[in-house]
Design a protein around this ligand. Structure first.
Ligand SMILES: Cc1ncc(COP(=O)(O)O)c(C=O)c1O
Length: 369
């Protein structure tokens, strides 16, 4: 028994990637997004599982993330999707990462640093088709940048891409609107540079519409078995990979009116047994779950009661519970027939499953299930 552990089923990540690869159109590659330590699942191990499952490329957000995994997979194309500072450019180039470009001054800086560091660097020119974050809104500028990259001996044009803002919102037609904007941009770049990959899809778009697949899909959340639509992962054939486990460190009898935790935010309504589980917001079990979550102990759901503190939470085991100190406690994942999904935890916090698994802190070791 460990104080707290995130058990990660890397076979599930492999299977989810195989499922996503099968969904993709003929010739479209799967790029596994392993930023933010693989959405909290451990980036190197997740990347290895994703590649075993059919992914042929990897993507991260930052140069330091690229540096952390590049040497483990030296022959796998790795894209840094985010903005890079000048210092990060050198790190990305040294990691042989492919880099996102959408402004001429950055393109010129990248070429200069590539020359200094023994380039060339492969670049993906980004079109902002409506996300309103990174990328150029001007289709003419996207094509001009693609030409400039191709003409520069220190750069290689690897792709043209965009990111979708509402792929997970089935009732929004902005998804189609963005694809309508990106289509001619991708077509113009590919007409001149047939080897450039066009890519737009995240996990939700991959499930939603083959039209978004182009030459590659950048899937993150779904490879971890998390549902991009915040519903039941099984409804899309996905298998959740992560569980968050701890144990009952103590069990004590409460009389009616006895209180648990900071601020006395819970009082026992009647005599009961309360279990103390030594995890808290220091582990990423968010304080917003105070009096607002369930934990699996002895194969049953038990209400989490009182305020979540940094290192402890308390659960109401009921007056007749047959639970001894040392019993396993599951905050996310399955125990017996019961299961708590990251999507359920997210709904209680009015957030998304991404934030729940990314939020599990570095204090919690990740171990293969
Ligand atoms: C640019 C970009 N592409 C792809 C993804 C993967 O998205 P998802 O996890 O929804 O599949 C992300 C993640 O946020 C992203 O920022």
């Amino acid at each position: 028994m460990e104080r707290a552990v995130a058990r990660v089923d890397y076979d599930a990540i492999r299977a989810n990637c195989t499922k996503l690869s099968e969904l993709l159109g003929e010739g479209a590659e799967l790029c596994a997004v392993v930023k933010a330590d693989g959405y909290g699942h451990g980036d190197v191990a997740a990347a290895g599982a994703a590649l075993a499952g059919g992914a042929s490329r990897l993507a991260v957000a930052t140069a330091v993330e690229a540096e952390g995994i590049a040497h483990r997979f030296p022959h796998v194309p790795l894209l840094t999707m985010g903005a890079l500072t000048a210092a990060e450019v050198d790190i990305a180039i040294s990691a042989r990462a492919e880099v996102a470009v959408w402004r001429e001054p950055f393109r010129a800086l990248l070429a200069e640093r590539a020359r200094a560091l023994g380039g060339p660097v492969r670049v993906h020119v980004k079109h902002d088709s409506g996300m309103g974050r990174l990328g150029s809104r001007d289709p003419g500028q996207v094509l001009a940048l693609a030409r400039a990259c191709d003409a520069d001996p220190d750069l290689e044009l690897a792709g043209v891409w965009t990111h979708l803002a509402t792929a997970d919102e089935m009732d929004s037609c902005f998804f189609e609107e963005q694809l309508d904007r990106f289509d001619p941009v991708a077509a113009a770049v590919r007409a001149e540079f047939p080897d450039a990959l066009a890519h737009a899809a995240n996990s939700a778009a991959t499930f939603r519409d083959r039209r978004a697949h182009y030459d590659m899909a950048r899937c993150g959340v779904a490879i971890y078995g998390l549902d991009p639509f915040q519903s039941d992962p099984a409804s899309r054939g996905l298998e959740p990979a992560l569980s968050l486990r701890s144990y009952v460190a103590d069990v004590k009898r409460f009389a009616a009116g006895d209180t648990a935790g900071y601020g006395q935010r819970w009082a026992a309504p009647a005599e009961t047994l309360v279990g103390v589980i030594p995890v808290g917001y220091g582990d990423g079990v968010r304080r917003g779950l105070s009096n607002n979550a369930e934990v699996l102990v002895g194969g049953r759901r038990r209400p989490l009661v009182g305020t979540i503190s940094m290192d402890n939470v308390t659960v109401d085991l009921g007056p007749d519970a047959d639970v001894e100190p040392g019993a396993e406690a599951v905050l996310i994942g399955a125990q017996g027939e019961e299961r708590i999904f990251a999507e359920e935890v997210a709904a209680r916090l009015d957030t998304i499953n991404y934030e729940v698994t990314c939020g599990i802190s570095a204090r919690v070791p990740r171990r293969a299930a």
